[in-house]
Design a protein around this ligand. Sequence first.
Ligand SMILES: Cc1cc2nc3c(=O)[nH]c(=O)nc-3n(C[C@H](O)[C@H](O)[C@H](O)COP(=O)(O)O)c2cc1C
Length: 216
Amino acid sequence: MTRLLYVEASPRKQNSYSSRVAQAFLESYQETHPDHDVEQFPLFQVDLPPFTAEGADQKMENIMNRFAGGDGIEAIGEWAGVMAEIGRLERADKVLLSSPVWNYSLPYRLKHWLDLVVQVGVTVLVNEKFEYIGQLIGRRVQIITSSGSSYEERFPLPTDGTKTDFMHPYLEHIFRFLGFEDIRTLRVHPTGIPGPDLEKMVAEKEEEARAAAKTF
Ligand SMILES: Cc1cc2nc3c(=O)[nH]c(=O)nc-3n(C[C@H](O)[C@H](O)[C@H](O)COP(=O)(O)O)c2cc1C
């Protein structure tokens, strides 16, 4: 059965614009693919496994083990949590990720999840030429982000350069690094100026998301 994993990275539930547009995507997706399995994974509501000194040491130990020709270290302690989260992602054929932009970048819970699932030695292997080969091939991801301002604008002065966007280049890079070949992005912005234009923009994005889901 085809599985879609929905990773929700805004904690704001019904107030979240990224979640709202993702919800429109999901409803349309489920209408188009009624037999597909959808797993919801709200990052601010689930207990993500810890990844501290033990996990970081195990990560490096695992890489050394793989370089030496082993099959990887035993899934105990924090590494068990890492392997469980990798398993959840590996079971998914498709990923829907919705997230706010926080301080030009990712909310910390999303980074935490990525630090669990992006593991050289497991989800990314290294070949004889020391090239990284992402293992999550044949998968696609739809990213839906929302930000208070529009990133085309200059900030804070008109003479300043374009706002620095660390979020989209990073997300697109990290999914490519994991092996995803089909990476689609939908931006919901600017959400920071209340009024009828905001509602109109969000309604248009919901419509765009519904259409995008039909071909996902
Ligand atoms: C901690 C925090 C940091 C934020 N940083 C940015 C930012 O760097 N750039 C921006 O345009 N908006 C920023 N915002 C505004 C959010 O991106 C905006 O409210 C967006 O709609 C949040 O997504 P959500 O509605 O899905 O929660 C920030 C909001 C919060 C709470």
